[in-house]
Write a protein that binds this ligand. Structure first.
Ligand code: M6P
Ligand code: ZN
Length: 188
């Protein structure tokens, strides 16, 4: 079968707020949408993050990309963060490019290994297949980053929910943000 030939296109990113031109409607996540994501149950209509996606067909190894704008804040001592997911197709990798703000990229494998990397303007983080990923805003400005992955990857949020979140959470310690064990985590 002949592959569909897409027409090349371009976008401009506002690196401070994550908006795109031409505009894309954001998917918004509020505390109420992620009540059980944090170690202690939370709620409220505070806007935690927005994702603006550059849509492409999920066929033919197209690359899907998006900006995420993760607002500064804390709930019960935990910094604001994304829900986090494994890819439904576990072997799909992802690349993150930091655009502004200060964050941590939390990654964990199905056997419970954990890696935490820093995110800031100009950082490039490679998330290999098989690693769940969640970003955390540890600064006082919005954390803005661009992410790219093969469009058929899919997001598996349930696996994270079943294991009680990630093995560690990021909280404010005496010397700044630190990763501490997540009391709710249970190895799947
Ligand atoms: C990045 C990418 C997206 C993801 C978004 C928010 O932009 O990893 O795939 O949707 O962050 O993260 P989550 O889907 O875990 O809420
Ligand atoms: Zn992903």
């Amino acid at each position: 079968m002949k592959d569909t030939l897409l027409v090349p296109f371009s976008f401009a990113i506002d690196t401070v707020n994550g908006t795109l031109a031409p505009e894309r409607p954001p998917v918004q996540r509020r505390l109420d949408d992620m009540k059980t994501a944090y170690a202690q149950e939370t709620s409220g209509d505070d806007l935690v993050y927005e994702v603006r996606q550059i849509d492409v067909p999920t066929t033919n190894s197209n690359l899907l990309s998006s900006t995420t704008t993760l607002y500064p804040g804390k709930t019960n001592g935990e910094y604001y963060m994304t829900k986090g997911h494994f890819h439904q197709k576990r072997d799909r990798a992802e690349v993150y490019i930091g655009l502004s703000g200060e964050g941590r990229l939390l990654m964990s494998s199905e056997s419970g290994e954990v890696v935490v990397e820093e995110m800031r303007a100009g950082s490039v983080n490679y998330v290999p297949g098989g690693w769940a990923h969640r970003s955390v805003n540890v600064g006082e400005e919005p954390l803005v980053f661009y992410a790219v992955y093969i469009a058929d990857a899919g997001q598996d949020y349930l696996a994270i929910e079943h294991q009680g979140g990630f093995p560690v959470i990021i909280v404010e310690g005496e010397n700044g943000p630190e990763a501490v064990p997540n009391p709710r985590f249970q190895q799947a």
